[in-house]
Design a binder for this molecule. Structure first.
Ligand SMILES: [Zn+2]
Length: 479
């Protein structure tokens, strides 16, 4: 380490100096006391060897604030670096795990094993001990861990019991290759030709995932406050951000709308009540393509990139005919034109079917809401003249300006199914926390403090999380 330190110090004076790859020592570097760890590990990011995380400061700065500051640095080199964000996210999560386990130990000092030896005896003698579970519950603030998701699931379950069945489940995707406000935040300006402009935006999305993630968070927050809360008269909401493999974000959201019919309470023998619900849902769920040309149907036609409606800024939109804009955006982003293997096609009973059930049956006779007498399942068929138009809400689509999926919540069961699916996603490990803590205690020295094992258990739950690069870049994003 001294060798690297000396080399870093000498770098400005003699930038061509080369050093041999240093030997790897037996004991890991202690990140809590090693001054200049970051500038030695990421020399290209800290070329003059300054800006130590551990240097004395006038006031306390938390690690996540320090990282946020670096991600916002004017040349974006920290956000752009392919490994720095992973390294820092991991460090932040481990530090938080350490703090949580320390707080747990402090609060439960009276009734918990102090040394590893005592812990081993405790785990062996009391198989039904809830020590590990209590510790894990303490880690609910550690985002992305099993206990964190368990807390989010519990919140949704509580809302389902207390407010009742939500009205709408929807997904907002990001038009991250188009939104002009997003690319205005990037370095440089867009080239004029279609292909070059497309490549420039594509590169921006790959190079600056932290800007995309933060922009998505801001856009979604403003959208919620200004459009959903003020325009849709919503009672409550629950949401979750997800990042696809390549890092493109989307938001899943349940909405409870004031005055909306509750699908679980409709009296199906009362025709007037059923018709009234049908009229309500007809007004908020749309699947009608206003483009009358039948040749446009289900054709993956060439579309000019520079004409894409998601590239339009607010001034251009203000000058546009609102119906023309709707027709454009619907046909550009809201049609599920092609089903592809690896994207939406899944094997079901020996044949490949679209996971979104496209193409959808046409319905030219008006929205229909009914209960299947045989299965008891409730169903909705929105008015539809195009079997490839995704179900959406016209106003939300035009205001959000990217693909949306907008579905009526047909029963409480749909939400319970979502919660179960979501639980399966978070809980990959089959080992119980009790078993994990037992294994960890066996790996430690019997005379050491048990706090080491507690810390490692929380750290393990941090490690098992699955993160895309954009997720790590959105350290402070709402979950
Ligand atoms: Zn499909």
């Amino acid at each position: 380490m001294e060798l690297i330190r000396a080399w870093v110090n000498n770098l400005n004076a003699n930038p061509t100096t080369l050093i041999d790859w240093p030997k790897i020592g037996a004991s890991p570097i202690n990140e809590y006391v090693t001054l200049g760890l970051l500038d030695m590990a990421f020399i290209a990011l800290f070329p003059d060897g300054r800006c130590h995380w551990l240097e004395p400061r006038m006031r306390q700065v938390h690690l996540h604030e320090f990282v946020k500051h670096l991600l916002r640095y004017r040349d974006h080199r920290f956000g752009k670096h392919p490994r720095f964000r992973y390294f820092m996210m991991n460090m932040i999560m481990r530090h938080r795990a350490q703090n949580s386990s320390a707080a747990f130990a402090k609060r439960n000092l009276q009734d918990m094993p102090i040394t590893i030896n005592e812990l081993r005896q405790h785990m062996e003698n009391i198989p039904q001990s809830n020590l590990a579970d209590r510790l894990i519950r303490f880690g609910t603030t550690l985002r992305g861990t099993r206990s964190y998701w368990a807390k989010c699931r519990a919140k949704l379950t509580d809302m389902l019991h207390q407010i009742d069945t939500p009205t709408i489940f929807f997904t907002l995707s990001a038009a991250d290759m188009y939104w002009p406000d997003l690319h205005a935040l990037m370095l440089g300006t867009s080239p004029n030709t279609s292909r070059e402009a497309q490549n420039w935006r594509k590169k921006n999305v790959i190079d600056y995932p932290h800007i995309v993630a933060h922009y998505m968070h801001l856009r979604h927050t403003i959208f919620r406050k200004e459009i959903l809360e003020k325009g849709m008269n919503i009672k409550d909401y629950w949401c979750r951000y997800e990042w696809q493999h390549r890092g493109s974000p989307h938001v899943h959201r349940f909405l409870w709308i004031n005055g909306a019919p509750n699908m679980d309470n409709i009296d199906w023998s009362n025709e007037e009540e059923q018709k009234s619900a049908e009229r309500y849902f007809h007004s908020i769920i749309h699947a009608w393509n206003p483009r009358e040309d039948p040749h446009q149907r289900n054709i993956h036609a060439f579309q000019n990139y520079l004409q894409h409606p998601c590239l339009k800024n607010t001034t251009e939109l203000a000058d546009m005919d609102i119906d023309h804009d709707y027709e454009d955006i619907l046909n550009y982003v809201e049609r599920h034109t092609v089903c592809k293997e690896g994207v939406c096609l899944r094997k079901k009973q020996g044949r490949m079917v679209c996971r979104y059930n496209a193409p959808w049956p046409l319905n030219l006779r008006g929205s229909k809401l009914y209960e299947d007498i045989e299965t008891g399942e409730k169903k909705i068929e929105p008015t539809r003249n195009d079997d490839r138009v995704n179900s959406h809400n016209r106003h939300i689509l035009q205001l959000w300006r990217a693909n949306i999926d907008w579905q009526l919540v047909l029963s409480k069961y749909v939400v319970i199914k979502y919660i179960a699916k979501y639980a399966a996603k978070a809980e990959k490990s089959s080992e119980t926390y009790h078993q994990m803590l037992m294994h960890l205690s066996e790996m430690e020295n019997p005379d050491d403090l048990a706090a080491r094992a507690y810390r490692r258990l929380l750290t393990e739950t941090v490690i098992e999380r699955d993160m895309s690069h954009a997720f790590r870049a959105s350290i402070d994003g709402e979950q």
